[in-house]
Ligand binder design. Structure first.
Ligand SMILES: Cc1cc2nc3c(=O)[nH]c(=O)nc-3n(C[C@H](O)[C@H](O)[C@H](O)COP(=O)(O)OP(=O)(O)OC[C@H]3O[C@@H](n4cnc5c(N)ncnc54)[C@H](O)[C@@H]3O)c2cc1C
Ligand code: FES
Length: 309
């Protein structure tokens, strides 16, 4: 059920010079949200902000209902994130959520490897907290283009039993990409499941390595979104949900990342086709623009139960 609410900004801080964080008093959302779900925020009052902007929940502090808070982190992209960056304590924001389907946590005690890239790592911090609270082991690979775009590496050291940091330019951690460390980390940490969120090419590469290593992988995609609640079809991605009843490779179905996702089984996403959609969509579409893929037939019944249980 779609829920609208308003939240009061408790604090606005910065992580390094690249990322802003807003902690919002939002008990309705804080008490119900699970890792991997997102909220939609109205980023201004005028007509150019009719479409809300989606943000992952980065952290939750449950305080017994009436004062629970959620935290989001973001970098500056355009007018919506600029608006958010100007909010201060006691400002009121218009929220919708929690939205989408989050990560599935393991039922039995498991070794969980979290792989995050840039600001895309945001939902993995909430996930790491929940996994640790449930008694699972958490290992992390955190990557970014450069050190200033690494999201909260200090916290990663606290959360992870084993961690690796990578940057494309070598300005922090190892020079290279998260996938350079992935195969070895899966072996070393005896990972039962991999959870990942980040830029689209990174997700495709991580899913590819996991499929080769036969490691279950849950990916949280960040597709461009229009409505955020299943109506506009802006956010569809191609998914092949395994074998059909006759044992043939199943047909591709287009699933809405806002309601069927944003978490999908990484082995089921058809990454080549998804990349084509993303590259054609991104040039012409922003959440403030016109939804690009209207009319795509969506099969929301296709199963894509995330693995790792
Ligand atoms: C499920 C989900 C969770 C997200 N979580 C976060 C988060 O935790 N922190 C965060 O900083 N951002 C997150 N995003 C992206 C965030 O929604 C965009 O940064 C934001 O909408 C940009 O709004 P804007 O008005 O500032 O910029 P716009 O003017 O709307 O866009 C500026 C530029 O950013 C690009 N952009 C917009 N949306 C996305 C997107 N979804 N993915 C990649 N590029 C995009 C546009 O193509 C454009 O080039 C998430 C997106 C989704 C779908
Ligand atoms: S964003 Fe509108 S259907 Fe997903």
């Amino acid at each position: 059920m779609m829920r609208m609410s308003s939240g009061e900004i408790l604090s606005h801080k910065k992580y390094g010079d690249a990322f802003h964080s807003l902690t919002i008093v939002a008990p309705d959302i804080g008490e119900r949200v699970v890792p991997g779900q997102f909220i939609n925020i109205r980023c201004g009052r005028d007509r150019s902000f009719i479409l809300r902007r989606p943000f992952s929940v980065y952290r939750v502090h449950k305080r017994g209902g009436w004062a629970s808070t959620i935290e989001i982190v973001f970098d500056l992209r355009g007018p919506g994130t600029r608006y958010l960056s100007e909010l201060r304590s006691h400002s009121i924001v218009d929220l919708m959520g929690p939205l989408g389907r989050g990560f599935t946590l393991p039922k039995n005690r498991a070794h969980c490897l979290l792989v995050g890239g840039g600001i895309g790592a945001a939902p993995l911090f909430f996930l790491a907290d929940e996994l640790r609270n449930d008694g699972h082991r958490v290992d992390v690979i955190l990557g970014a283009r450069s050190s200033r775009l690494l999201l909260n590496p200090i916290d990663v050291r606290r959360l992870a039993s084993v961690y690796r940091i990578t940057t494309d330019d070598g300005s922090a951690g190892e020079k290279g990409r998260v996938t350079d460390a992935l195969s070895e980390m899966i072996d070393r940490c005896e990972s039962d499941v991999v959870y990942t969120c980040g830029p689209h090419p990174m997700l495709a590469a991580v899913a590819g390595v996991c499929v080769d290593k036969k490691a279950p992988v849950q990916v949280a995609v960040e597709e461009l979104m229009g409505c955020g609640f299943g109506v506009c079809m802006t956010c569809v991605i191609p998914v092949r949900p395994g074998k059909s009843r006759r044992g043939n490779a199943a047909e591709i179905s287009y699933q809405r990342s806002c309601t069927d996702g944003p978490v999908f089984n990484g082995a089921s996403v058809v990454w080549d086709a998804a990349t084509d959609i993303v590259s054609s969509g991104q040039s012409e579409l922003s959440p403030g623009g016109t939804p690009a893929r209207q009319g795509v037939v969506v099969d929301s019944t296709g199963e894509h139960a995330p693995p790792g249980n």
